[in-house]
Ligand binder design. Structure first.
Ligand code: ZN
Length: 140
C-alpha cells in the first residue's frame, strides 16, 4: 500500500521524537526508503531537532549554573550576616558585662575592673563596622 507523501510528512515529527507505534515507524521507514523527497524532509527534520536539543541542553546548563551561583552567593551572604550579628552581639555582651561587673576597690587598695572587656568590645566594634560595610557594598 502506497501512502501519500503529505500523510508521511504529517506523522514525521512523531517519528522523529520516537512517539509513534512500531507500525507507524515501519510505515514511515518503508515510505522514506522509496521516496527521495520524503527522505530529504526527514533528514532536515532530524537535523533541526538535533540543533534544538543542543540549544535546549545549553540553556538548561546555563540555568543550572545561574542557580548554583545564586545558592553560593546566598550561602556567603548568610555567613556574612551571621558573622555580623555575632560580632555585634559580642560588643553588646562585653559592654553589658563591663557595666554589671563594675569597678571597685579592694581592701588592699587594688582596683578591680574587668578591663579586658574594653579592648574586646572595641575590636568587635571595628569588625562589625567592617563586616557591615562589606555586606552593604559588596556581598549582599
Ligand atoms: Zn514521499
Amino acid at each position: 500500500m502506497r501512502i501519500a507523501c503529505n500523510i508521511i510528512t504529517d506523522i514525521m515529527p512523531l517519528y522523529c521524537e520516537n512517539e509513534c507505534s512500531e507500525e507507524t515507524k515501519a510505515l514511515v521507514e518503508e515510505h522514506v526508503a522509496s521516496c527521495s523527497k520524503c527522505q530529504r524532509t526527514l533528514n532536515t527534520m532530524e537535523e533541526s531537532l538535533k540543533v534544538e536539543e543542543v540549544r535546549k541542553a545549553d540553556s538548561d546548563i546555563q540555568v543550572i549554573k545561574k542557580i548554583t551561583q545564586q545558592i553560593r552567593k546566598d550561602r556567603f551572604s548568610a555567613f556574612l550576616w551571621g558573622a555580623l550579628l555575632l560580632s555585634v552581639a559580642t560588643v553588646v555582651v562585653c559592654i553589658v558585662a563591663y557595666n554589671i561587673i563594675g569597678v571597685s576597690v579592694a581592701p588592699d587598695g587594688r582596683l578591680i575592673e574587668a578591663f579586658g572587656l574594653i579592648p574586646i568590645a572595641w575590636l568587635f566594634t571595628f569588625i562589625s563596622i567592617g563586616l557591615g560595610l562589606f555586606c552593604l557594598h559588596v556581598a549582599c
